[in-house]
Design a protein around this ligand. Structure first.
Ligand code: UDX
Length: 441
């Protein structure tokens, strides 16, 4: 048996920090690399810079084991690693739908000159198809002559809030490789995960890149599909909740990602479908995925329609109305407010003159920093004091568990807009509330 490879993880953001910590917990020697000295210092001192259940405990465990260290030095990384995972971000470019590959290119360009022996560079970031082929050329050009370096692609599917579990027990591993040697190196780098019986798909680089965007596009499409049905339901007075429940019982369709409401946000789905549509146009197959533009449009309409629903419920005018906004994070169990539908709605209502008060159990600090113009409160009941309407925007269990009878005593008017179809409509109505949700009667 070959010795276990030593791993470097380049980029210690959401994906990289989770990957580095989990790999060290699984028994590998791991070096986390980041250009951000502050981030490196925080991680090295045991502090996880993101909100992710279970991760702080695992970081402590990994540091205590002595198997996890952090550095800002690419020279050290080149010296240390047998397998180098590239985990940097690929945000949406300003003013374009394309992915910004600056960080990926910088990571590879910084590492390659320091590679000293036969090793594998593995991309995990979400990239436009064709990037791996280009990076293969870049690595070979920049690595010292005679160094045998290969590139592979291993897309990452982790969800925020479940990142630890998704990393330790993934549904599948996809290994995009150009040789048997690269495949064997990847198998060695994931041995404990493979030993759990995790299915592996071995494929080429381009397919591996595509799996990720195809998966996220499918999920986004499923959400927009049910939200499109919600628009139809509204027109005829039908009920999208019952419709979705009925579709979900067909096990070919299934109920996951079929929850209607305010739609998707976050750092992945919105930018990934835009970047994919853009890339497809570049390579001459724009028509094949042009439906993704509609998926995006349907999703954006949810936010506007939710504001309209609130305004209608208030008799057509938001000016001066006290609005309790429940939720800021793009989804529950996350502090992430990137492209958060909740904050979009709150800001629009604020812009229309509404007196909005926002509360979120975890994302409040992030929201405050990003949008200081909004008013914030420190509890679900606090922001609902004297409210003309309560609007549920992120389905935290704190909100789902609120007793409508108790809340009734503190609001000015018993009106609730359920932006996530997360409340028991019958119960709220029984407690005297006017309950409204998009696509429901
Ligand atoms: C997503 C993918 O699930 C993950 O595999 C990928 O690696 C990164 O992108 P994440 O962004 O963490 O993960 O969130 P996810 O749980 O997928 O939710 C995305 C958005 O869809 C959220 O805004 C959520 O509120 C919304 N959503 C989800 C719905 O509106 N309806 C649903 O039925 C499910």
């Amino acid at each position: 048996e070959e010795a276990a490879p030593r791993l470097t993880v380049i980029g210690t953001g959401y994906l990289g920090a989770t990957h580095a910590i989990c790999m060290a917990v699984l028994g590998y020697e791991v070096l986390g690399v980041d250009v951000d000295r502050h981030k490196v210092e925080r991680l090295a001192s045991g502090e996880v810079p993101i909100f992710e259940p279970g991760l702080p405990e695992l970081l402590t465990k990994a540091l205590d084991s002595g198997r996890l260290r952090f550095t800002t030095s690419f020279a050290e990384a080149g010296e240390f690693g047998d397998v180098h995972f590239v985990c940097v971000g690929t945000p949406q470019q300003a003013g374009s739908d394309a992915a910004d590959l600056t960080y990926v290119d910088a990571a590879v360009s910084s590492l390659a000159p320091h590679l000293r022996r036969r090793c594998l560079v593995v991309g995990k970031s979400t990239v436009p198809v064709g990037t791996a082929a280009r990076l293969t050329g870049l690595v070979q050009e920049l690595a010292p002559a005679g160094t045998d370096v290969e590139l592979a692609w291993n897309p990452e599917f982790l969800r925020e809030g479940f990142a630890v579990d998704d990393t330790l027990r993934p549904d599948r591993l996809v290994f995009g490789v150009a040789s048997d040697w690269a495949h064997e190196r990847l198998r060695a780098a994931f041995k404990p995960v493979l030993d759990l019986g995790t299915p592996v798909v071995r494929t080429d680089l381009a397919t591996a890149e595509l799996v990720k965007v195809a998966a996220n596009s499918f999920l986004a499409t499923k959400i927009s599909y049910i939200n499109a049905m919600a628009e139809v339901c509204e027109a005829v007075g039908a009920d999208v909740k019952d419709l979705a429940d009925s579709l979900a019982l067909d096990d070919r369709i299934g109920g996951k990602f079929l929850r209607p409401g305010l739609g998707f946000g976050g750092g992945c789905l919105p930018k990934d479908i835009r970047a994919f549509a853009h890339r497809a146009e570049e390579i001459g197959v724009g028509q094949a995925v042009s439906f993704l533009r509609q998926v995006d449009d349907i999703n954006r309409r949810r936010r506007a329609r939710t504001v309209d629903l609130v305004r209608d419920l208030l008799g057509g005018d938001l000016a001066g109305k006290r609005v309790a906004a429940w939720g800021a994070a793009f989804k529950p169990n996350s502090d992430d407010i990137r492209d958060a539908p909740a904050l979009d709605v709150a800001r629009t209502i604020h812009g229309l003159g509404g007196d909005v008060r926002v509360y979120d159990p975890v994302a409040l600090d992030n929201a405050r920093r990003a949008f200081p113009e909004l008013t914030y409160g420190d509890s679900a009941f606090g922001v609902a004091q004297d409210a003309d309407v309560v609007v549920l925007l992120t389905e935290w269990s704190d909100f789902r568990e609120v007793e409508p009878e108790a809340l009734a005593g503190i609001v000015r008017h018993r009106r609730v807009v359920d932006g996530r179809h997360a409340l028991d409509a019958a119960r709220w109505r029984a407690a005297g509330w006017e309950y409204r949700a998009l696509g429901r009667t």
